[in-house]
Design a protein around this ligand. Structure first.
Ligand SMILES: [Cu+2]
Length: 293
């Protein structure tokens, strides 16, 4: 009995020492960024209150491919909410393209620092991805590294959320009707991660993950705005889904302090004919569309 008590006391003492130890190291970690700015992990960008914007319009030249009706009869519940579900690979209205992902790919700030050398604070609010009518909404979205992605199921059926990243761990998770949101994040930058549903093969969306907050998705009118961009010269990229990897176009812009730069892009027939095809496909953007089920 005595021996046992001694063992338990020893364990309790050991545990409390461990707790104290981890509490101390936590304090050290928390103070590290303040004393260690500019270390190997990158200096954190702080606003200079002179940031600018990049705005633009994504045009689509020529006749876009007609959207196709999706046969959702495999799950009768799906058609109840939206009996006319259509493909969204190329959503064009009045010659303007929606769902293009626009982002700062590279560049140098006015202070001479490469944008990749700066760290940007992770937003505390989550990015939302909903499943409604057996359809992902939105179709294309962006998040920062380690920012929470909150996936909800608004359908009276079971979905199986399945991102297929290349630079981040792959996972899939079932979400039944009424199940709580799935919250995940991606630690590494990746443009873009395809998301599919193992229950409904027509469901797809794309999540772009970036280390900085300078990204946007073009609206129905083809417009986008990158806000709070530090003054500097950048390569802005616009990505459109399609084929195995999508198509990406890039452009150089200079954002003046408190100013605005314009970056208009065009996809479609005429743009392909007049552009440089070699620059349109980005080898880094291999998106496996036909993957595991
Ligand atoms: Cu589904």
């Amino acid at each position: 009995m005595l021996k046992q008590t001694r063992v338990w006391l020893g364990l309790a003492l050991g545990l409390s020492l461990l707790t104290m130890g981890s509490a101390c190291s936590k304090t050290d970690d928390a103070s590290a960024p303040d004393t260690n700015q500019g270390a190997a992990t990158g200096k954190t960008y702080t606003s200079k209150n002179d940031e600018g914007t990049v705005t633009g319009v994504i045009a689509y030249n020529g006749t876009p491919p007609a959207p196709k009706k999706i046969d959702t009869s495999a799950d009768p519940v799906c058609g109840q909410k939206d009996p006319n579900l259509q493909t969204e690979d190329t959503v064009v209205k009045d010659g303007k393209l929606a769902n293009a992902f626009v982002y700062i790919k590279d560049g140098t700030l006015a202070d001479g620092t490469k944008i990749g050398e700066y760290a940007f604070a992770t937003p505390t609010e989550a990015v939302a991805l909903d499943q409604s009518g057996c359809h992902y909404r939105p179709h294309v979205l962006g998040a920062q590294t380690n920012q929470k992605l909150r996936i909800t199921n608004s359908d009276p059926t079971t979905h199986n959320v399945h991102p297929t990243p290349k630079n981040n761990p792959e996972w899939n998770q079932s979400q039944s009707a009424g199940a709580p949101p799935i919250e995940k994040s991606f630690a590494r930058a990746e443009v873009l991660i395809p998301v599919k549903c193992n229950q409904h093969p027509w469901m797809k969306s794309y999540v772009a993950v970036l280390k900085h907050p300078f990204f946007a998705v073009s609206g129905e009118d083809g417009t986008f705005t990158l806000k709070n961009v530090p003054a500097g010269t950048y390569t802005v990229a616009a990505w459109k889904e399609g084929g195995a990897t999508g198509t990406e176009k890039t452009m150089q812009v200079t954002v003046p302090a408190k100013g605005s730069a314009t970056a208009d892009f065009a996809f479609g027939e005429a743009a392909t004919a007049s552009g440089k095809p070699g620059l349109e496909m980005m080898p880094a953007l291999e998106l496996p569309m036909i993957g595991r089920h």
